[in-house]
Write a protein of this length. Structure first.
Length: 278
């Protein structure tokens, strides 16, 4: 039936959200739990994940949450995270690769090691975790209901937005292209791979700019839709991509930036001029 309750229902699905204790990961985890999924929330701070899971389990949603530690920045950390997931389930329907970090420093001062740190976590760690969890994803995959991988990119990986975010923007551009490459390889295995490309959302990472009402209002001036993102925007996107509603979508980079990805700030013509009559 083509009702919202059927199209967006995630009852019985098992999901892993990395970096799920704060920000966009926290928003996504709640959206998945609300839709009925059993959600594993992992990040380097195990206690924070456990606290978020406990909070979500008190909200009356049909799904459940479990929190534990997991570090995607090292090969050893990924192996330990995969082992923890395997101890809890032999099937994984949804993987949200959200763990990441940012770095901002102007040209002439952007440090050499920023590139290594960001690419290692934002790109290399994302790929290796997906590869390591592939056996569990394959068990959940079917032609009618594929397993889902959702990577977190950024509007900065689409267009040159932001200031002095060279290594971060390039790492997110790499995430977007890796999403397309993985989609091409995994679609025949009935695993969809998509990415979201968020604009400004309140989070620990963006607190320096969006941590106050004044900061959010200032950032909203650069968004065509005139506001920063909300938890509902992230939750809705994940519910779509991970449910029956999004089962035929793969290789997509879903913009969640209020139109920033296609905004043209400067007209090529003087807007005061009148177009000539035909």
């Amino acid at each position: 039936m083509m009702t919202p309750s059927n199209l967006f229902d995630l009852t019985g699905k098992v999901a892993l959200v990395t970096g799920g204790a704060t920000g966009i990961g926290r928003m996504a985890a709640e959206g998945l739990v609300a839709a009925g999924a059993r959600v594993f929330i992992a990040s380097r701070k195990a206690e924070a994940c456990e606290a978020v899971a406990a909070e979500l389990n008190t909200k009356g949603y049909s799904g459940t949450a479990e929190g534990f530690g997991g570090d995607v920045a090292t090969e050893e950390g990924i192996a330990a995270l995969v082992a923890e997931v395997q101890s809890r389930t032999d099937t994984l329907h949804i993987l949200m690769n959200n763990a990441g970090r940012s770095w901002g420093a102007p040209m002439g001062q952007h440090p050499y090691d920023a590139w290594d740190k960001l690419l290692k976590l934002n790109v290399q760690g994302m790929f290796h975790l997906t590869q390591s969890l592939l056996p569990l994803l394959l068990k959940a995959a079917s032609p009618e209901d594929p397993a889902r991988v959702v990577n977190v990119g950024s509007v900065m990986g689409e267009v040159p937005k932001g200031t002095a975010t060279y290594s971060y923007a390039v790492s997110k551009g790499a995430v977007h292209h890796m999403t397309r490459v993985l989609s091409n390889d995994l679609a025949p295995e009935f695993i969809t791979v998509n990415a979201i490309a968020p604009g400004p959302f309140p989070s620990k990472m963006t607190d320096f700019a969006l941590g106050s009402e004044e900061g959010r209002a200032e950032s909203a001036k650069g968004v065509p839709l005139g506001r920063v993102g909300t938890a509902e925007d992230i939750a809705g996107a994940l519910q779509f991509l991970c449910s029956r509603a999004g089962a035929y979508v793969s290789g997509a980079i879903l913009p969640l930036s209020g139109g920033m990805q296609s905004a043209a700030p400067i007209s090529i013509f003087n807007e005061d001029l009148q177009w000539p009559a035909n």
